[in-house]
Design a protein around this ligand. Structure first.
Ligand code: ADP
Ligand code: MG
Length: 251
């Protein structure tokens, strides 16, 4: 069987009929979702609805039960696929910052590119400096994670993901664990990234972010995409009863 090379017209991410069960519990019940290059897709929905599971299925951190996942036209569900090679094109940032506590900010940023990409140390450190400036933390290069606020740690986590030159970034509620006054500094970094043309799939409760930067808003409930559309349309005029009910609670 031949495998067609990826083209620019391919969606960056495409899920086709993705199902995911944990034992008896079916969490994703057939998700079809294509994200095009440069698109910012925001995912909202009630807790337990399958949003984190969906993000984890994009890079097959968990094996899926049925369906297919494509990254830039490559089928990640083919048995012989080199998942580690493909996963490097996907950056992921979580609610908990997951920095290595025993490494400095610089160490956190340079570890994977030097080990996995074979980047020279000097080049990695130069890139780290550039990215830390971009997230407003050039002066924290030698700090340890425990010396940073939550917002600073999360910005380091974003810079660390960007070190691998990802083709797409996945964000799972990255501001949910932050004190309210620290949320905006992280959203500012995400705004900058979205405007730079990064392809982004973001689970968030920040409806202002969704409205301002989302090209599309996807409402997930009970393991299916219950509604999707332009953020302003979905937020101001939801068509489905369950979307209306959810938005009444969060807006
Ligand atoms: P959300 O991110 O929308 O809150 P999740 O994707 O985290 O939802 O979870 C969806 C459902 O899947 C929940 O019922 C959760 O308990 C269950 N679930 C998630 N991960 C696992 C796991 N590793 N094992 C068993 N059940 C899980
Ligand atoms: Mg979640």
């Amino acid at each position: 069987m031949t495998h067609a090379p990826a083209t620019d017209q391919d969606p960056v991410i495409e899920l086709r009929g993705v199902r995911k069960s944990f034992g008896e519990l079916e969490v994703l019940k057939g998700i079809d979702l294509a994200v095009t290059r440069g698109e910012v897709v925001v995912i909202i929905g009630p807790s337990g609805g399958g949003k984190s599971t969906l993000l984890r299925c994009v890079n097959l951190l968990d094996p899926i039960s049925a369906g297919q996942v494509f990254l830039e036209g490559e089928d990640l569900t083919r048995p012989q696929v080199d998942l580690n090679r493909i996963r490097r094109r996907i950056g992921m940032v979580f609610q908990q910052f997951n920095l290595f506590p025993h490494l400095t900010v610089l160490g956190n940023l340079t570890l994977a590119p030097v080990k996995l990409l074979g980047l020279g140390r000097q080049e990695a450190e130069r890139l780290a400096g550039d990215l830390l400036s971009r997230v407003g933390l050039a002066d924290k290069v030698d700090a340890y994670p425990r010396q940073l606020s939550g917002g600073q740690q999360q910005r380091v986590a974003i810079a660390r993901a960007l070190m691998m030159s990802p083709h797409v970034m996945l964000f799972d509620e990255v501001t949910s664990a932050l004190d309210p006054e620290l949320v905006s500094e992280v959203l500012d970094v995400m705004r900058d990234l979205a405007r730079s043309g990064m392809t982004m799939l973001c689970v968030t409760h920040e409806m202002g972010f969704a409205r301002e930067l989302g090209d599309r808003l996807v409402f997930i409930d009970g393991g299916v995409i219950a509604e999707q559309g332009r953020p302003a349309d979905v937020l101001d005029d939801p068509q489905q009863a369950r979307t209306q009910q959810f938005l009444r609670k969060v807006l």
